[in-house]
Design a protein around this ligand. Structure first.
Ligand SMILES: [Zn+2]
Length: 334
């Protein structure tokens, strides 16, 4: 009758996902809903979250009083003290308040805020990592950008403001002419994120002598339609130009993983994000490199390279795990 529930929310540039579950996080008890991320004003996101939660409650005959915690995982940067997102390039506004508007409606339960990659690593830890690897674990998303989360010695690594493990801004080519959104040159995400792959292809099309027939056919000869998806598809079909762009994406991911392993000495790295739809192309050569000759890229013993099985849902699952850990005072959360 008085069963308790927790809510997990994953806020991304394109989708908002909300899930409800009993605190035991049994797979079969997770119910989810999804909606497009609206960007009409800075309260659009909190309004959508409130609406999705209330739909989930009514569809499952759960009352507000049964909620014992809400976890909000969002693309950052976050100001956890003020409960908001600031300076995010994809969400549309300089500041996006989350905790205050959502807290007004759900005032009876605590609300916890965490960046989406830190949530995701908790999701991997709880739902899929095995005992041997889980205490030294890295999660890396390759999507619009590249982000990361880290668990070291069984503790989530947060840093002074909750923004540790910004692996996508590791500089893999310091004298690069390519500038990142962050302002630096030669960040890993400049070469290997979805946006990076697209931008590098658009530039190279101007100067390259390699054949790009298959790629141009896929986009009806309209360069504006090129995205990472078409570039990978064309490379798969033998397009030499696209293959060279994909090779660069892979090379710099090998460099990036080497840095990550030097810094965190991790047992496993789990990959997620939209680019993992092509994980066979991206990760196979990386696994080979780290099996046969890791020393060129990392001094520590190389990690296992894996893909999360919850590609679209890992952030949401992580938000649920985060609430569970907060409520039970689990030592994984610093
Ligand atoms: Zn950067």
């Amino acid at each position: 009758m008085d069963e308790k529930y927790i809510i997990g929310v994953d806020i991304g540039g394109t989708w908002i996902r909300v899930g409800i579950c009993t605190p035991d996080l049994e797979e079969e008890n997770i119910k989810t809903k999804i909606s497009k991320t609206l960007k009409e004003n800075e309260y659009s996101i909190s309004k959508s979250v409130i609406m999705l939660i209330s739909e989930l409650l009514s569809e499952n005959n759960i009352s507000r009083d049964q909620l014992i915690g809400i976890g909000l995982a969002s693309a950052g940067p976050l100001d956890v003290e003020k409960g908001l997102v600031f300076n995010n390039a994809n969400l549309g506004f300089k500041t996006i308040p989350l905790q205050e508007p959502i807290g007004q409606v759900y005032s009876n339960c605590p609300i916890f805020l965490i960046n989406d990659c830190n949530a995701s690593i908790l999701g991997v830890y709880y739902f899929e990592a095995d005992e041997e690897e889980k205490n030294n674990l890295i999660y890396i998303t390759m999507s619009t950008g590249i982000g990361g989360g880290a668990i070291c010695n069984g503790r989530l690594l947060l840093g002074k403001e909750g923004n540790a493990a910004e692996v996508g801004h590791s500089i893999v080519e310091p004298r690069s002419i390519h500038q990142c959104n962050c302002g630096a040159h030669g960040c890993w995400e400049v070469y290997s994120s979805g946006t990076g792959v697209r931008n590098r292809a658009l530039e190279a099309l101007e100067t390259s002598n390699l054949e790009a027939k298959i790629l141009m056919h896929l986009v009806d000869n309209d360069k504006a339609k090129i995205t990472a998806k078409e570039i990978f598809q064309a490379a798969r079909g033998g397009d030499k130009f696209s293959k060279s762009i994909v090779d660069n994406c892979i090379f710099y991911t090998i460099v990036g993983i080497g840095l990550v392993n030097n810094f965190y000495d991790c047992s496993s790295i789990y990959f997620g994000g939209a680019m993992m739809k092509d994980h066979d192309m991206i990760l196979s050569p990386i696994r080979t490199q780290y099996k046969t000759s890791p020393i060129q890229f990392t001094i520590n013993h190389p990690p296992e390279i894996k893909v999360t099985k919850y590609i679209d849902e890992i952030g949401l699952r992580g938000a649920l795990a985060f609430v569970k850990y907060k409520l039970e005072g689990n030592k994984i959360i610093p």
